[in-house]
Design a protein. Structure first.
Length: 389
């Protein structure tokens, strides 16, 4: 196990009616906030009215900025930065899923930076977030884990790049309100995509070359199993409160950092998928459902025993032969994604091979990506081809 520092700043307020306390929580930090959200769903559901009522009762002034879309856009982030600077706003309240929260994080970082906010993404490693406005969230989709992580992903609509940034504690929300009831009106497709996203967050941590990490191995395997069990229940009956509650909490734990403690992480599947959703504007979880199994097939021989352990401890595969067990685990992963109603091939997503070379080159951040197996652009192109059919 490697040495690590863990500092989880986010206050979690979980359960029915959690959002009704938002005014009193925001008031601890600010009296003038940016209320940031997506489309009209929070207004149709009545969530917007409850949030506004709570803010007003607490004496909190707010300015609205809606319009966040999946794969959140840089243009709206820049608009939010301008609104905050001109309006003297010093807190951002994000009401929505990972896209809204990531957009809020980018705004919060950009307000405190003299240059262009895109520097944090395009020049990551050279230009990094050092401070940000405080952020609070009301989560409406169980998926990205952005409600307790410092990470953010933004799409630059001008050049088609989708890049990540963050990893500074200032971009962790100071509080996040998690009411599973807010996820019960989601389409089953969104629930399924969210489940795959959180599952992939654990994949990126579980498959490591770090030895002697049995504590986090056991934790990862337990959350894997919980996601499988509850995601199937949730897409069958989105009104199942207990299933939606477990899924919501699993999504948060999957990406708040605790499962990666003391171990080297990978993240190549995410980088590979980001190029897909940047060009084709597909749901991130939908892209991962095709990419994760293909990545597994390409890299499993790096540590066949770890893949066999995954098969046995996550999917309860009873197979003595290590190679066969490893392959069964990959097959079961694909079957799980299919059981949620998702396509597991790029052809199924109506994506051909015409952009594979371009995406493979863009996915490489320096010479390689990933840590479990370091992948060059030619490796990434092979993974895209494995995911094709």
């Amino acid at each position: 196990m490697e040495s690590f520092t863990l500092h989880l700043l986010t206050k979690i307020i979980f359960g029915r009616g959690a959002e009704e306390r938002v005014g009193e929580e925001v008031k601890k930090y600010s009296e003038k906030v940016l209320l940031h959200y997506g489309g009209g769903s929070i207004k149709k559901s009545g969530l917007y009215d409850r949030v506004v009522k709570s803010l007003r009762e607490a004496g909190v002034e707010f300015v609205e900025l809606g319009g966040v879309v999946p794969n959140p856009r840089l243009g709206l982030v820049r608009k939010g930065i301008d609104i905050c600077r001109k309006g003297g706003i010093d807190f951002i309240l994000a009401v929505g899923g990972g896209s809204v929260i990531d957009s809020a994080k980018a705004i919060a970082s950009g307000v405190m930076y003299d240059g262009d906010v895109w520097d944090f993404f395009e020049k990551r490693g050279t230009v990094n977030v050092e401070k940000a406005l405080p952020i609070g969230t009301i989560l409406t989709i169980s998926a990205a884990g952005s409600e307790m992580s410092p990470n953010m992903v933004i799409t630059n609509e001008e050049n088609g790049r989708k890049l990540s940034a963050g990893k500074h504690d200032s971009t962790r929300p100071v509080f996040s309100m998690l009411n599973p009831e807010l996820t019960m009106t989601l389409p089953k497709f969104q629930i399924a995509c969210g489940a795959v996203d959180m599952f992939a967050h654990i994949v990126e941590r579980y498959f490591t070359n770090t030895e002697n990490v049995s504590v986090t191995d056991e934790m990862c395997e337990g959350i894997f199993r919980a996601i499988i069990k509850n995601a199937i229940k949730a897409v069958t009956d989105p009104k199942d409160y207990e299933a939606m509650a477990d899924l919501m909490w699993a999504g948060t734990i999957a990406h708040n950092g605790i499962l990666g403690t003391g171990r080297e992480e990978d993240w190549s599947s995410h980088y590979i998928e980001h190029e897909l959703s940047a060009i084709y504007d597909i749901a991130h979880g939908a892209g991962l459902a095709a990419i994760v199994p293909a990545w597994m097939k390409y890299v499993y021989k790096q540590d066949v025993k770890r893949f066999a352990q995954y098969a046995r401890n996550v999917f309860h595969i009873i197979e003595q032969d290590v190679e066969k067990a490893a392959n069964r685990g990959i097959e079961e992963t694909e079957k799980f994604f299919k059981s949620l109603g998702l396509e597991t091939t790029l052809e199924g997503l109506k994506i051909g091979d015409e952009d594979f070379k371009k995406m493979s080159q863009l996915a490489v951040k320096s010479n390689t990506i990933g840590n479990f197996v370091k992948l060059k652009s030619e490796d990434i192109e092979k993974i895209y081809r494995l995911a094709l059919k």
